[in-house]
Design a protein around this ligand. Structure first.
Ligand code: ADP
Ligand code: MG
Length: 626
């Protein structure tokens, strides 16, 4: 006797289960099925997505159906059309050896008359979205007055989507003595309310988390207009010069075209999908492993076996059809104890999927905005300055120096720096000067993005996207900030380190400096980002034992901050931990890409880094294991 038999399922279901290839019941099935078969009871079952809930209610529901009776006996409500179709399909598979058992799907966006016709032909089971169901009840196209079982699948999600009223109305149209089986990943107040209102002493089943995402991955989403998707992707790449990523698209076609565009725009990209030959795929993977490819654009199927450890970012160029797949995608980064970022580029209309994913992965997303052209220019400038600083000179050049000096003798050092940087950078600047910002922000912003007026003497509280996960405690973060910003002992205060982010305060007089200097660091392939927080951290710093008299930043405002790192590169190990810390070390092995004719800004190939020092040392070292 296999385990499914032990649960009390009948022969035709067992045959179907065999065909499905299920060998053993999942936990929620093992716990729920016997209870539901044994007696007529209400049930509340809490289990994550992907734990086999469909069969947990589907098997017993089917076993309880009397096929001879043409009335609708089971109603399954589910939040979306996709789920509705999926459940219908599953139900049909489960019932394949039961002659005459009909399951009909009812959902919005398709012909209501056609659906009504199908129901008329007989529907023992109706699987419906609440909106369309309510609509059909109102038009008298369905009869659910004789159902024995009502299943609320993904109850929390249905309520999230605002179906409370519909559900209440639908339930009031069903018989008093039916049983209600509620399945949900979480138990927010609204779900509890439904349970309390419509259920009688429900049996309870809870199963552990099967699907929680890796704690080493942080999740971000960016809301953009659909037509800006590609531009957003480019900006994300441009704002992460050291990106080493898998970019997921939904179809082979999109995969191919995104990769082609990236290549045309000068990125080290390639496509990986099922239309490539095995040899081509092997070639792509080899280049990816060897880091000649920084952005691997892939379909879910093709990326399934990717086992590269140092991926810094997973980019969901489009979300997968099945949100469960998100977990597989994001699991490509944050491997082997390293940290990684999973990015979702999303349109406003898809925004609700974020909370569904949050439930699956048991982690919160951070909403971010696509960097503006100016920000990207800053990041790139900084990157370039560091690269110049880190470049090892090949002394072959010495032979030509007199001639070069002749040409450049009219320039002082500052002009020379400007010009050198411009050689590489003008293209970028030109490109982004013309570009508008890609704002399409969602509603979930907790942090203020609108400028607020501050005057000297005000406290400014900042949000920064590094935290204990990056091996900072509050003291280390404070040290890092004050040394990087060249501030005095007490100028940075109320440092509050969380796992993936932190808060800190400074006086408003330092605000500009904080924003310009800190925004642009990159750690672990991730760009450090500071934003002004809405929260002021509570109370003035004086309550925090500040000694007062912070010293001035010295040398005035560091506009952009970007070039400080390139100044005489000699004091790397001096007291002033600064930008030079970031990429210091040898920069040999640099390869140049030949530029193409497109007007898009061209990316630099990543320089190979040597030993890093200072605060970024540990982060870097942990990532580079080539
Ligand atoms: P949930 O509704 O909890 O998200 P599903 O019912 O959609 O989960 O099941 C997730 C996947 O697991 C489906 O592909 C399903 O076919 C499969 N599955 C369900 N039960 C079993 C089982 N007992 N053995 C193997 N696979 C199963
Ligand atoms: Mg389900």
């Amino acid at each position: 006797m296999n385990k499914f038999e032990q649960l009390g399922l009948n022969e035709s279901l067992l045959l179907a289960i065999k065909d499905l290839g299920f060998e053993n019941p999942s936990e929620v099935q093992e716990k729920a099925i016997p209870v539901l078969l044994e007696k007529n009871t209400d049930l509340v079952a809490l289990a994550q997505t992907g734990t086999g809930k469909t069969a947990a209610f589907g098997f017993p529901a089917i076993q309880k159906i009397n096929v001879e009776d043409r009335n609708t006996q089971v109603l399954i409500l589910s939040p979306t059309r996709e789920l509705c179709l999926q459940i219908t399909n599953e139900m049909k598979n489960y019932a394949k050896y039961i002659k005459g058992l009909n399951t009909v799907a009812i959902y919005g966006g398709a012909s209501i008359t056609e659906q009504a016709r199908e129901i008329k032909r007989g529907a023992h089971v109706i699987v419906a979205t609440p909106g369309r169901m309510q609509d059909m009840i109102n038009r008298g196209l369905v009869n659910i007055k004789n159902i024995n079982i009502c299943v609320l699948d993904e109850a929390d999600e249905m309520l999230n989507m605002g179906f409370y009223e519909d559900i209440v109305a639908i339930l009031s149209d069903t018989p008093e003595d039916k049983n209600t089986w509620l399945f949900s990943a979480t138990m927010p107040a609204e779900v509890a309310r439904i349970a309390k209102k419509f259920m009688k002493e429900p049996a309870e089943v809870t199963v552990g988390h099967k699907n929680a995402g890796s704690k080493t991955v942080s999740h971000e989403f960016y809301v953009v207009n659909a037509r800006d998707r590609y531009e957003a992707l480019k900006r994300l790449a441009d704002s992460n010069p050291d990106i080493f990523s898998v970019v997921f698209c939904r179809t082979k076609r999109d995969t191919q075209s995104v990769a082609e565009k990236l290549i045309e725009d000068g990125y080290n990209a390639a496509a990986l999908h099922g239309d490539l030959s095995q040899a081509q795929r092997d070639g792509v993977m080899k280049s990816f492993r060897g880091r000649q490819i920084q952005m691997l654009v892939a379909t879910d199927v093709a990326a399934r076996g990717i086992d590269v450890d140092d991926i810094t970012h997973v980019v969901n160029y489009q979300l997968p059809d099945e949100i469960e797949t998100y977990n597989h995608r994001s699991g490509r980064t944050g491997r082997a104890g390293k940290t990684g970022t999973s990015i979702v580029i999303i349109t406003k209309s898809e925004l609700r999927k974020i909370s569904s994913i949050e439930r699956i992965i048991q982690q919160k997303f951070e909403e971010k905005t696509i960097p503006s052209g100016i920000e990207i220019c800053e990041i790139q400038l900084l990157h370039l300055a560091n690269k110049i600083n880190d470049t090892e000179v090949d002394h072959e050049i010495d032979n030509y120096l007199p001639a070069i000096n002749d040409v450049l003798s009219g320039l002082d050092k500052e002009e020379l720096i400007k010009k050198i940087v411009s050689v590489e950078f003008n293209r970028f600047l030109e490109y982004y000067k013309k570009k508008r910002d890609l704002s399409g922000s969602g509603e979930r912003s907790e942090r203020s993005s609108e400028p607020r007026e501050f005057k000297a003497g005000d406290d400014v509280r900042y949000f920064i996207n590094i935290g204990s996960r990056d091996d900072f405690d509050w003291m280390q973060l404070k040290d890092f900030l004050k040394e990087t910003l060249d501030l005095g002992r007490d100028d940075v205060f109320k440092v509050d380190v969380k796992e993936g982010f932190s808060f800190f305060n400074t006086d408003a007089e330092h605000m500009e400096k904080v924003m310009s200097v800190i925004n642009g660091f990159d750690m672990n392939g991730r760009r450090i980002n500071v934003e002004i927080s809405k929260n002021d951290g509570g109370g003035r710093r004086d309550h925090n034992g500040r000694s007062g008299g912070g010293r001035s930043s010295g040398g005035g405002r560091s506009s952009g901050g970007g070039f400080r790192g390139s100044r005489d590169g000699g004091n790397r190990d001096g007291g002033n931990r600064n930008f030079t810390k970031r990429d210091s070390g040898s920069g040999s092995g640099e390869r140049r890409r030949s530029s193409s004719s497109s007007d898009a800004p061209k990316r630099e190939r990543k320089s190979s880094e040597g030993e890093s020092k200072g605060f970024f040392e540990k982060a870097k070292r942990s990532r580079r294991s080539e």
